[in-house]
Write a protein that binds this ligand. Structure first.
Ligand code: ADP
Ligand code: MG
Length: 257
């Protein structure tokens, strides 16, 4: 069998905030259809890593390639990006669907408006087509009947499912999830994990930061444990949870039950 194509390839990524070096050389490849779960303690750089992949944070050094197209931006120290870089970032973001811990739906737009915003205004999809596709996505996440409702009227679990539909609406090459269930009341976690689990079964490429160890074990093809800005240990779930080598990882796993 030939190896599947590289969907996301991160090479030697460093990220500094002033004197604080949060990421100290991370390299990671997600092949098509792979589900990579990133685990690690609070403050270990998980969110920063995801944010660097879609350039919500500009890496201090290193590179990110999406389907072989390398995005080589450098923080220029002035906080700005050149116009050519901005176009590159727009293209990159159009390929990656991101879901945040805090949903981040646009509060002044209805659910369907949230879902069609990027397809219509960034990707130029005709509105009727975007609505039809958006409605199909809302059906999939069980929210068709909420299409004309504003986010404030939804539960956290419903908002997060809407955010997932919105991320899928750009037809991304890969999905990035940053602790998608951490802000939810416990009884709402299952409905969101259910949707993400379905996406994993469809062999969507995903990088998922999560504290849900059981879920990570069940859906991920590969687990990455971040500690102190480096990949401390990585491997298939059976190995990471069943036979962890690193002392830090062992401590982390026993503390997260
Ligand atoms: P995690 O998601 O694993 O909890 P983060 O990536 O959010 O960790 O943060 C890693 C470290 O980087 C923390 O010490 C955090 O305070 C710091 N950090 C994150 N974002 C910024 C920022 N924009 N400016 C300064 N420090 C930051
Ligand atoms: Mg985080």
């Amino acid at each position: 069998m030939t190896e599947r194509a590289e969907a996301i390839a991160v090479r030697d990524l460093h990220k500094r905030f002033g004197a604080l070096e949060v990421l100290k050389g991370i390299s990671l490849t997600a092949r098509e259809g792979e589900v990579i779960a990133i685990i690690g303690g609070s403050g270990s750089g998980k969110s920063t890593f995801l944010r660097c992949i879609n350039m919500l944070e500009v890496p201090s050094s290193g590179s990110v390639a999406i389907h072989g197209e390398e995005i080589a931006l450098r923080a220029d120290g002035h906080g700005g990006l050149a116009p050519s870089d901005r176009r590159q970032v727009q293209r990159l973001r159009a390929r990656l669907g991101m879901v945040f811990q805090s949903f981040n739906l646009w509060q002044h737009m209805t659910i369907i408006q949230n879902v069609i915003e990027a397809p219509v205004h960034v990707l130029g999809v005709p509105k009727a087509e975007a609505v039809a596709r958006g409605e199909a996505l809302l059906r999939r996440v069980g929210l068709f009947d909420k299409r004309d409702v504003y986010p404030a009227f939804l539960s956290g679990g419903q908002q997060q499912r809407a955010a997932i539909a919105r991320a899928l609406a750009i037809q991304p090459h890969a999905m990035l999830f940053d602790e998608p269930t951490s802000a939810l009341d416990p009884e709402l976690v299952g409905e969101v994990l259910g949707v993400i689990g379905d996406l994993a079964k469809e062999q969507r490429t995903m990088i998922l930061v999560t504290h849900e160890m059981k879920f990570a074990r069940n859906v991920a093809s590969h687990i990455v444990f971040l500690a102190h800005g480096v990949i401390e240990e990585q491997g298939p779930p059976e190995q990471i949870f069943g036979d962890p080598k690193s002392e830090l990882l062992r401590k982390f796993i026993s503390s997260s039950h």
